[in-house]
Design a protein around this ligand. Sequence first.
Ligand SMILES: NC(=O)c1ccc[n+]([C@@H]2O[C@H](COP(=O)([O-])OP(=O)(O)OC[C@H]3O[C@@H](n4cnc5c(N)ncnc54)[C@H](OP(=O)(O)O)[C@@H]3O)[C@@H](O)[C@H]2O)c1
Length: 249
Amino acid sequence: MNAGADREFAGRVGLVTGGSGGIGAQLGERLAASGAAVAVHFMSHRASAERVVATIGARGGRAVAVGADLREAEATVQLVEAVERELGPIDILAANAGLSRVAGYDEIDAAAFDEMVAANLRAPFLLARRVLPQMRERRWGRILFTSSVAALTGGIVGPHYAASKAGLHGLAHHLATRVAADGVTVNVIAPALIADTAMLPGDPGDLAARIPVGRLGTPAEVADMAMAILRNGYMTNQVVGIDGGMHPS
Ligand SMILES: NC(=O)c1ccc[n+]([C@@H]2O[C@H](COP(=O)([O-])OP(=O)(O)OC[C@H]3O[C@@H](n4cnc5c(N)ncnc54)[C@H](OP(=O)(O)O)[C@@H]3O)[C@@H](O)[C@H]2O)c1
């Protein structure tokens, strides 16, 4: 394992949904470097998830790739069961997977809206609902939802995306106070305009011009902030922006 890396999460099991994507891959690698056994979830990009698993393995860590289409409610349960079979009960849930389709409000019908909400909001809720009882019983747990600056500003992807991400904030606020005394934290990270992801809603140069810092963020910067949140047992019920200054908290 990485020389000098802390092993704070040794013995813990983490599930990173969207682990095949830009941000999730970085987070999965960092969790493993801190000692956690990591389930790297994917939907369509199995090879990307397996590359993350191989990287973790080559560094002496433990990881598995697990597929699920999180638009399906039942898939959330099957995903957790698969992780439990392979690695054990989940201590750290990073519900990071997200669906993003650029569309105007006048183009989105009920089915498109429901699909977005199912993937981006209902799935994180169902995953949290499934893992929370065990976390509370063990009196330690971390839940981190990945939303977006779009939840705060409306954004440029579409109303279905912004609404689905904003819902995660309410979800976290509802859950956090109910499980805090059991050692479980529930937080949200709200990134904006991150390079090297499949999700950028436009030309990188044009997008960079919208950002006070003057450039896109990196998956590594988001993953570093996620790790800081996951490490901290006194930080809960928070929405943490990492957006180059686009939205003041
Ligand atoms: N990139 C940005 O600028 C930005 C800004 C704000 C918020 N975010 C949020 O950051 C999170 C991570 O995204 P990313 O930036 O790393 O983009 P990414 O590289 O496109 O990764 C998205 C991930 O979500 C997974 N996914 C998409 N639809 C899914 C579904 N229906 N069921 C299960 N998994 C699904 C993808 O799996 P497969 O690839 O295997 O299909 C992939 O692993 C997302 O929640 C996104 O909304 C990103």
